[in-house]
Design a protein around this ligand. Structure first.
Ligand code: ADP
Ligand code: NA
Length: 335
């Protein structure tokens, strides 16, 4: 099994990013069997398909790399790198642009969503980035690609491109590309804002001071949990009792995610108790989870040389792993 997965570099990482995304990668890595491997990359080349600030992109890329390592991605077991350091990604994209059809890309719903009403003003990169995504995984002969709902269509495209390329330019017994299968990651928690249970915890709302960030110290975490919006009712004994109580459900969900329990199991322990008892308990598990992460995170960001070295080693390994496929692609095309 070879799993390849990319993540957008985001800065100002918060609890939602950790429980909803980063932790899943760590689990994937930890569940790999002997002989299987994971390649994780920061999709910095994708970022230029939308308006962006170069300094911000650089900062976000480093922050995401540091966060991944701090959260448990082990650069000696997994290949961790950023796309921009592996020119084979955009190189292979260009080669695959000859195989991808306009009609296939025209059907991509994400382009329609992201370009909105301004299709004429959208970048060419936004239109063709699904081909870069195909290159991202085909370059390494990925057997599995983790996909959420919104990425299924892009994986289908990668398979279509691989299949057409193999048909047009390779023989059946010596295909150039492996058709990757979807890998459905374990369901990730969706974390809501601590001040409004109807909104996702997100960095996009700068006025939301309740957001728990990966760099928060224990005091700050405890204060934020104490201030989290709740209601006067005690916790119910069963999940159904949280139906119209989104803020309460969110806090229980966070506790469950942090302790590898379920909403039901948390309510078995805390049902009948009020938030005066539950919040300090939640604050404590949160602090204990974040303490090692935030200190390692800060350490890594302070030591740019080590962080750069981690990414450089990952990129070197990725270039080595992708080399044969890139060569085979050129050759198959008569180049
Ligand atoms: P933000 O919403 O803060 O801008 P991003 O959109 O950059 O975060 O998301 C980065 C990753 O973190 C994505 O995989 C996304 O699904 C995950 N993520 C972001 N916010 C949450 C949340 N509140 N709960 C669960 N997962 C989240
Ligand atoms: Na977002």
């Amino acid at each position: 099994m070879r799993v390849v997965s990319g993540i957008q570099p985001t800065g100002n990482l918060h609890l939602g990013n950790y429980l909803g995304a980063i932790r899943n990668w760590v689990r994937m890595q930890d569940e790999m069997e002997e002989g299987s491997e994971c390649l994780f990359f920061l999709a910095d080349l994708h970022a230029i398909s939308m308006p962006h600030d170069p300094a911000e992109l650089r900062r976000a890329t480093l922050e995401m790399a540091a966060a991944l390592v701090a959260c448990g991605i082990d650069p000696s077991r997994s290949v961790l790198f950023n796309q921009a350091q592996v020119p084979a990604h955009p190189e292979l994209q260009w080669l695959l642009n000859g195989t991808a059809r306009m009609g296939w890309l025209n059907r991509m719903t994400q382009f329609k969503d992201k370009s909105g009403k301004n299709r004429e003003g959208a970048s060419v990169a936004l239109f063709t980035y699904p081909v870069l995504q195909a290159a991202d995984v085909l370059l390494y002969q990925a057997t599995h690609v983790p996909v959420g709902e919104d990425q299924k269509q892009h994986l289908e495209l990668a398979r279509d491109i691989a299949q057409k390329f193999n048909n047009d330019f390779a023989t059946e017994d010596a295909p150039v590309f492996t058709l990757p299968e979807p890998y459905i990651p374990p369901a990730a928690a969706r974390i809501m804002s601590l001040r409004d249970g109807s909104k996702k915890m997100s960095k996009s709302d700068p006025s939301d001071m309740s957001r728990i960030e990966l760099v928060d110290d224990p005091d700050t975490v405890m204060k934020k949990i104490k201030k989290a919006k709740t209601d006067p009712e005690p916790l119910p004994g069963e999940e159904a009792g949280l139906a119209d109580r989104p803020e309460a459900l969110n806090l229980v969900t966070i506790y469950a995610a942090l302790t590898d329990g379920s909403v039901e199991s948390v309510l078995r322990d805390f049902g009948g108790q009020g938030f005066g008892a539950f919040k300090p308990a939640l604050g404590e598990v949160l602090v204990e989870t974040l303490r090692p992460i935030s200190s390692r995170f800060a350490e890594l960001l302070d030591d740019r040389e080590s962080l750069d070295a981690i990414l450089a080693r990952g990129a070197a390994k990725a270039r080595e792993m992708g080399g044969p496929t890139l060569d085979a692609t050129y050759k198959a095309l008569g180049l």
